[in-house]
Design a protein. Structure first.
Length: 246
């Protein structure tokens, strides 16, 4: 497979890309709340909050839900206090896995993450055990169909993007996390519609699995994604595109 996120591609092809809408909203509300708590309730002065609000709007979250999440973060209304934890570990075949968690119960989160790894052919590692294999970047995917390469290149470079890669049927634009929103807005203003856009963790190399190991890795990632406290799951897992079935 080509592209930035093998797991994102696999989920899409399996028809499992956060199909549970309530789960999507819960994750976004947590992110908005924590972003507002850490950096204030003004999205213009808080890039993390601005990115979270844009993601919520892209999922058609009602404005009132967004407003309440911000107010919980700033303390204007009462709400749960969330702790951010990042877990690192290994899946079948030595695949590197990172799980970002926002939880109101640390002990529960640790127990659930450890159980998910151990029951699905993986093991939880120490902090820093796999994190060095990933870089945090913004990525914006534009379908090549109808997209003028010269114009797109000019737009993204002027907006401050780091790179524009040819990935088969798509263009992939890479940015720093802080420049992500500005580049995305510039791309949209120029008339390009992103197929996908997010700030994510990009692995430096990928670990390709086949057969039973690939299936076991899929199960581990699905279990981790489905945990109530998990916000994001990243890995350097790769498999043959032809082996992915809905």
């Amino acid at each position: 497979m080509s592209g930035h996120s093998k797991w994102a591609t696999i989920k899409h092809k399996k028809g499992a890309a956060d199909a549970k809408r309530g789960k999507v909203f819960t994750r976004l509300i947590k992110e908005i709340t924590v972003a507002a708590k850490q950096g204030g309730g003004d999205p213009d002065g808080n890039p993390r909050l601005r990115t979270a609000i844009l993601a919520a709007k892209a999922e058609n979250m009602p404005a009132d839900n967004i407003k309440r999440a911000v107010q919980r973060g700033t303390g204007e209304i009462e709400g749960l206090t969330y702790e951010e934890i990042t877990f690192e570990g290994y899946g079948p075949g030595g695949v590197a896995v990172i799980v970002d968690v926002l939880t109101d119960n640390r002990n529960r989160a640790v127990s659930e993450i450890r159980h998910a790894f151990s029951k699905n052919g993986g093991n939880l590692g120490e902090t820093g055990s796999v994190g060095y294999m990933f870089s945090k970047k913004g990525i914006i995917v534009i379908a090549k169909a109808g997209a003028d390469e010269e114009k797109l290149t000019e737009v993204v470079l002027e907006a401050g993007a780091d790179d524009l890669n040819d990935e088969g049927e798509n263009w992939e634009i890479y940015t720093t996390p802080k420049d992500f929103v500005a580049v995305k807005e510039a791309v949209e203003k120029a008339g390009f519609k992103p197929e996908h856009a997010e700030v994510t963790m990009i692995p430096s190399t990928y670990q390709k699995l086949e057969g039973s190991q690939a299936n076991a890795m899929l199960r581990l990632l699905e279990v981790l994604e489905d945990l109530d406290d998990s916000q994001n799951v990243y890995s350097n897992f790769d498999m043959d595109e032809a082996a992915v079935t809905a």
